[in-house]
Ligand binder design. Structure first.
Ligand code: CIZ
Ligand code: SF4
Length: 343
């Protein structure tokens, strides 16, 4: 019964007091978000985690975000993920063995001319790899800035693990689609669209299965029916979708854009369902719909729910720390180098 769970979670939270801090990602369900001490996108939550002194950081988001919180928090703080099955399929598309293999092949083709960048949506092992080779992490809010920086360091960059954010960002900086090569981690193979010497960017062939649900045909349909509805999407959508939209930007950018829009304005948004629904609820005087008429949830994010949150809070009250996320010391050190360049 949700009312009872609500009361139990509230009571446990009160008992834990300042020893507890709950972080909630914008894609989380309302039943979880109502308990969050801070809400944000992955960048904002990483910054919050780095500043908190509470003993327990309960992270309502996915595994890589909890890892990042552990990397940026002190050793005595415990980061807890309410459900261990809350992973990110995009982060899982770049495993460290595949990446090491790709790196040696890319070194063979391009020599020492590559700097690695990874989207924060990646495992701690990948962040450590990137830190070890002088690269940095990026988020969708600062990807442009970070790519510009990377290209002052080396001639070309390897962008992990989201090909779409990589393509959408670098195309904006004037890099041509032909100058982007693709690394296919399944085939363990480089796909070139121009001579190797002219390659500027190597995109890892990963994607977000949630944002892949927004398609050019959704935009065509809307444009036909409602030409005055503005289309705003996340850059994890494909290049074709971003290109055909009116605007694209990070989670924070989407929220800020709607907040700054005029009452009565009409929007179609291409991002995760819980966020779109929250915008619809928070801005009843705007006309907001999902770009894909079938709302697109991130199923793994949604594994964090009130029953799991209640269970971890009550466990903490009883002195047990379930589902603790820990990144080992060596990885923490290397991953921190990559994160700090960005932060
Ligand atoms: O798709 C995600 O996981 C996003 C957009 C995370 C974030 O907050 O940047
Ligand atoms: Fe990963 Fe996509 Fe879910 Fe974000 S929305 S956590 S990128 S699967």
């Amino acid at each position: 019964n949700m009312d009872e769970l609500y009361e139990r979670a509230r009571a446990a939270k009160t008992k834990l007091g300042s020893r507890l801090f709950i972080l909630g990602h914008h894609y989380q369900k309302d039943e979880v978000i109502q308990f969050a001490d801070a809400t944000g996108d992955s960048l904002q939550l990483a910054q919050v985690a780095a500043q908190q002194s509470a003993d327990y950081l309960v992270f309502c988001g996915v595994h890589f975000m909890a890892e990042t919180a552990d990397i940026l928090s002190t050793e005595k703080q415990a980061v807890v993920l309410p459900d261990m099955r809350a992973g990110c399929s995009m982060a899982d598309m770049a495993d460290i063995d595949q990446t090491e293999r790709a790196w040696s092949e890319l070194q063979r083709v391009f020599g020492e001319t590559i700097i690695p960048l990874t989207y924060v949506n990646s495992t701690a092992a990948i962040k450590a790899f990137v830190g070890r080779y002088g690269g940095a992490t990026v988020t969708s809010s600062n990807a442009e800035k970070m790519v510009r920086w990377a290209l002052t360091q080396k001639e070309r960059l390897l962008f992990l693990p989201d090909q779409h954010l990589g393509r959408n960002t670098t195309v904006k900086l004037g890099i041509k689609l032909e100058e982007m090569a693709i690394w296919d981690p399944i085939r363990n193979q480089l796909e070139l669209n121009c001579p190797a010497d002219d390659v500027k960017v190597i995109l890892w062939k990963g994607h977000c299965s949630v944002h892949m649900n927004f398609l050019p045909k959704h935009i065509e349909n809307l444009r036909m029916k409602e030409p005055d509805r503005r289309i705003l999407v996340h850059p994890e959508c494909t290049y074709e979708v971003v290109h055909a939209s009116d605007d694209a930007g990070s989670t924070k950018y989407i929220i800020d854009t709607i907040a700054a829009s005029t009452p009565g304005s009409k929007w179609a948004i291409g991002t995760e369902m819980n966020l779109v629904n929250r915008l619809i609820k928070d801005y009843p005087d705007r006309d907001i719909v999902s770009l894909n008429p079938y709302m697109c949830p991130c199923l793994t994010m949604n594994r964090i729910d009130l029953p799991h949150l209640t269970w971890v809070l009550e466990s903490l009250v009883e002195g047990r720390v379930p589902n603790q996320i820990t990144v080992d010391t060596k990885r923490t050190k290397e991953a921190k180098m990559a994160l700090e360049k960005m932060l």
